[in-house]
Design a protein around this ligand. Structure first.
Ligand code: XMP
Ligand code: MG
Length: 175
């Protein structure tokens, strides 16, 4: 499968994605029973995962969006840019961050700092994918549907230079 100009191979198929996401949603429903969390989906990459995860939650909750960018093509720039900021008051709230992937952890660190400044009561991360070998921080990743090797992936919202987000499954760069 070619995305833009590179070859990718099937990595996590639609059925596996659905199972992993359902498991995560069940865990969140259980852990937050009786609470009123606010989900914070990080755009662009998490839009598809956020839609699928959020519809499986059964909590009294709301969802908000934050648009950040740190990746250029296939590399992390190390700098996190905020493209659309927070609109909701998160003071005293229990926040569940929805991310497509935790790689180096730079983005997550940026979000955590921002949430602390907002005075949140708690913040946890729910990420579709997590690359433990690339992770450089020490915040625990509470919810991750799949731990994956340190190779570039696209599909299901994740992009290579903007392409591949529409793929219904996750594909890995073929070498
Ligand atoms: P950091 O390094 O800050 O990265 O944890 C998080 C953000 O970088 C993007 N990212 C990827 N995007 N395939 C992608 O399409 C990848 O393998 C990949 N690794 C990181 C992503 O936007 C994520 O939120
Ligand atoms: Mg991206």
């Amino acid at each position: 499968m070619i995305v833009k100009d590179k070859a990718f191979k099937m990595f996590i198929d639609e059925e596996q994605l659905a199972q992993g996401i359902e498991k995560l949603a069940n865990q969140i429903n259980k852990d937050y029973e009786g609470k009123e969390p606010i989900f914070l989906a990080i755009l662009n990459g998490s839009f598809m995962f956020a839609a699928d995860l959020y519809r499986l939650t059964n909590l009294k909750s709301t969802i908000s969006f934050l648009k950040l960018a740190s990746y250029e093509s296939m590399n992390s720039t190390g700098e996190v840019k905020q493209l659309v900021g927070l609109q909701d008051d998160l003071n005293g709230r229990e926040v569940i961050i929805i991310e497509d992937i935790v790689d180096t952890g730079n983005t997550l660190e940026h979000i955590m700092k921002l949430l602390k400044e907002e005075g949140v009561k708690s913040a946890e991360i729910a990420s579709l994918l997590y690359k433990p070998e690339a992770y450089k921080k020490d915040m625990p990743i509470k919810y991750a549907a799949f731990e994956i090797p340190n190779k570039f992936v696209v599909g299901y919202g994740l992009d290579y230079d903007g392409y591949g987000r529409n793929l219904p499954a996750v594909y890995q760069l073929a070498e």
